[in-house]
Design a protein. Structure first.
Length: 243
């Protein structure tokens, strides 16, 4: 599971809304368990986190970036964003961000006319290796359960898909599936696509969900969103982009 914990048509009527990841726990950032950074180490950590958040804030898309008709969806920003996880019983949940996470930001949008909803997510890690492990864990989650749930919500046909052709990433992973029951218990037939890329220590993800008849449009939005986020990442200074 990559970012599908962001939602999948959480409102009755299908993909007209994005449900945020569970937020009952707060990501731990980079502080070591049981101790607090002190002195220069604390200063360096705070500076790195501030720099990473500045990157995430600039790279994550706003409604106009998605196109005409898109508006903010509540909650518009989830910061910090918990990590999604698929438990052994196939429940979709959230957990605190792993050590080495400097920033994690989601922005949620929706298009009223089509009912399409989307999320852009940026995660910045302390190093490439931590980003690689995050993506490997997320990829494993895709294959854990083809049928998943969270509360009343139900998804089926969860599988790894062919990633979009977006140049410049070190790794690309895609997920697709269907939402068949909303958070309120209504039956729907929505499809979703998640396109995720790793560029160095940065993970960029685009999640798009909507009615099954809009499948091709949903795939295009996911590819275009990922491409635009990567373009913005490339515009950042070398140090801020983690390269």
């Amino acid at each position: 599971m990559l970012v599908r914990s962001l939602g999948g048509g959480g409102e009755d009527g299908g993909g007209s809304a994005v449900s945020p990841a569970p937020t009952g726990t707060k990501p731990t950032g980079t502080e070591p368990t049981g101790t607090e950074p002190t002195g220069t180490k604390a200063t360096d950590t705070k500076a790195a986190e501030a720099e990473a958040r500045a990157v995430a804030t600039r790279v994550a898309l706003t409604p106009p970036d998605w196109g005409s008709g898109f508006t903010r969806h509540t909650p518009y920003e989830v910061d910090p964003a918990p990590e999604p996880v698929v438990r052994e019983n196939c429940e979709l949940a959230g957990r605190p961000s792993r050590i080495g996470t400097l920033a994690s930001l989601q922005r949620n949008v929706a298009e009223t006319a089509s009912g399409i909803a989307g999320t852009s997510e940026v995660r910045v890690f302390a190093d490439d290796a931590t980003a690689q492990r995050y993506l490997a864990d997320a990829r494993d989650d895709i294959h854990r359960c083809p049928d998943q749930f969270r509360g009343k919500e139900r998804w089926s046909g969860v599988r790894e898909a062919n990633p979009p052709e977006v140049a410049g990433f070190d790794e690309l992973v895609a997920e697709e599936g269907r939402q068949v029951v909303t958070a309120k218990g209504a039956k729907v037939n929505d499809v979703y696509v998640i396109a995720t890329g790793r560029d160095g220590r940065n993970i960029l993800s685009a999640y798009v969900v909507g009615k099954a008849a809009l499948d091709a449009r949903i795939e295009q939005y996911a590819a275009d969103t990922l491409r635009e986020m990567h373009r913005r990442l490339g515009q950042q200074p070398e140090a801020a982009a983690g390269r």
